[in-house]
Each structure stands twice: as structure tokens, then as C-alpha cells.
Design a protein around this ligand. Structure first.
Ligand code: 6PG
Length: 266
């Protein structure tokens, strides 16, 4: 068995550029093969630089936006316009109406991507109607089950899942020791972590989707990630302790920068 491909670039900016190129490549291939591409995107701060690359030429013109459907691997239980929302960066950068004024974006009301192709967890309704995070997770799971993705062992096959790595070795909102690892639910609520910020209740897709996705990209940049990457990519395999190891599979690409791999045994 071989492991993931590891690509080390000089800086976070170079990492964002490479990740954005790979996203376009994977989603174009999916649209060419199947007429649509389903992309589960990440939360945290890492996607910001990637979305910026995707929002301007040349990539904004190369992405087959009309066929691209965006989902979230995880989110925080806050409204979509809250600073801690995992959807906000996407909205601000890729749904921003200013894209039209700049003359850089496509034809969907000034946005590169049609609104109906964007599928966040329904936090606005969940919070507004006091339905709770479990409802938000199961409602999104129903929407995903109704969407025309292929299935493997009952799990939806995303064309691309992109994830970051937390300082404790988490990915998605799957923290060390998380019940999500053995869960059979497609999406589930996660209690607010106390060991890592933000201390907010979450929802996450089941990490099993990583095992069946057509492509997985892990993006982690900066010296802060060096200690955890040394463990996650080190010799000891224990995904309950370091859930990010669930993305260290053959066919996955880990895009890392020099600072983040400083403690790796290379
Ligand atoms: C979240 C995430 C999480 C994130 C990592 C890395 O909602 O917190 O989806 O898994 O990707 O914590 O976060 P950064 O990109 O901010 O380093």
C-alpha cells in the first residue's frame, strides 16, 4: 500500500495557488466525465487564500462553475454571516457581487457560481427556528442523499474533498477520540470543543466520505502545523488520536509548505 502524495511548496501563497489549480483540475475532470462536480470544501482559515485564487483569472474562467456543486465538510453552529461560519469566506470571496463590478467573474448574477449550486448546512433555519445542530446535520444529509452523487457502501462519492488539519490532529470537526469515527450517520452534530477554538457547537460530515472520495486534498501551511504534521505523518498510525490520518490515503494529495514540514522526518 502506498501513502498520499506529499507536495511541499515554499510558502502559504504557493500552497494556495497549487491547491486552487488542483481543485480546478479535479472539478473539470468530473464535469467532463459526469456532467457535474461535487466538491466538499473545508472550514478554518486555510481556504481563504485558495478561494481568492479561484475568484480571479485565470482560474475563475477555467472552472466549470455551472456544473460545480459545493458542500461543506463541516461547519460551526452559527449563522452563515457570522465570522466563525465556515461558509462566510466562500460567500465573501466567491459569492461576492463585487466580482461583477470588477469584471472578473462569470454570468450568474455577478457570481462565478450559481446560488443553487451552493449547499451549506442550513444553520440560518436551524438557529432561527431553534431546531438545533442535529436537525441541521440530518437535513443536509437528506439533501445529500437526494443529490445525484454515486455511492460506495452507502456513502456519497464526492469528486473532491478538501480538508485542513487542526493543531490537535483533527480534520473536518472530527476531534481526537470523536464518536464520529465509528458513527453510521452521514452528518452529525458535534459538541463544542473545549480544547480548541472556537468553542462552538459544530456539524460535520462523517469522515467515511474521505475514504470513498474520487480526490482528497489536504492543505496545511505555517510553522504552527509543524508539530501536528510530524505526528499525523509520522510512523505511529492511530486515527482515533490523530483523525487527520484518515486523509493520509493513497490517491490523496497533501499540499504543505516548508514551514509546516519542518519537523517531518524526510
Ligand atoms: C473547522 C475545520 C477544521 C479546519 C482545521 C484547520 O471548521 O474548524 O473545518 O477541520 O480545517 O482546524 O484550520 P485552519 O485552516 O484555520 O488552520
Amino acid at each position: 500500500m502506498t501513502g498520499p502524495a506529499i507536495e511541499v511548496v515554499a510558502s502559504p501563497a504557493a500552497g494556495a495557488a497549487l491547491a486552487a489549480e488542483r481543485i480546478v483540475r479535479a472539478l473539470r475532470a468530473a464535469v467532463e466525465a459526469r456532467g457535474r462536480a461535487d466538491w466538499a470544501t473545508s472550514g478554518g482559515s486555510t481556504p481563504v487564500g485558495i478561494y481568492q485564487r479561484l475568484s480571479v483569472p485565470p482560474l475563475v474562467d477555467e472552472m466549470p462553475w455551472a456544473g460545480v456543486h459545493v458542500w461543506w465538510g463541516d461547519d460551526r453552529y452559527v449563522p452563515r454571516d457570522h465570522p466563525a461560519s465556515n461558509v462566510k469566506a466562500f460567500d465573501d470571496i466567491l459569492l461576492a457581487a463585487s466580482a461583477d463590478e470588477e469584471g472578473t467573474a462569470g454570468t450568474h448574477g455577478g457570481r462565478p457560481i450559481p446560488l443553487e449550486n451552493v449547499h451549506p448546512f442550513p444553520m440560518g433555519v436551524a438557529i432561527g427556528e431553534d431546531r438545533g445542530a442535529t436537525w441541521a446535520a440530518s437535513t443536509l444529509a437528506d439533501e445529500l442523499r437526494a443529490a445525484p452523487l454515486d455511492r460506495v457502501d452507502g456513502w456519497p462519492v464526492f469528486d473532491l474533498v478538501i480538508v485542513g488539519v487542526g493543531a490537535d490532529g483533527h480534520l473536518l470537526s472530527v476531534f481526537p477520540g470523536s464518536a464520529a469515527i465509528e458513527s453510521t450517520e452521514l452528518a452529525l452534530a458535534i459538541p463544542a470543543p473545549t480544547h480548541i477554538e472556537p468553542h462552538l457547537e459544530r456539524v460535520t460530515l462523517n469522515p467515511a466520505v474521505l475514504g470513498v472520495a474520487r480526490a482528497v486534498i489536504v492543505a496545511a501551511f505555517g510553522a504552527d502545523k509543524a508539530p501536528v504534521l510530524a505526528s499525523v505523518l509520522g510512523p505511529e498510525k492511530d486515527p482515533r488520536r490523530w483523525p487527520a490520518q484518515l486523509a493520509a490515503r493513497e490517491g490523496a494529495t497533501w499540499i504543505l509548505d516548508e514551514a509546516s514540514v519542518a519537523r517531518l522526518d524526510r
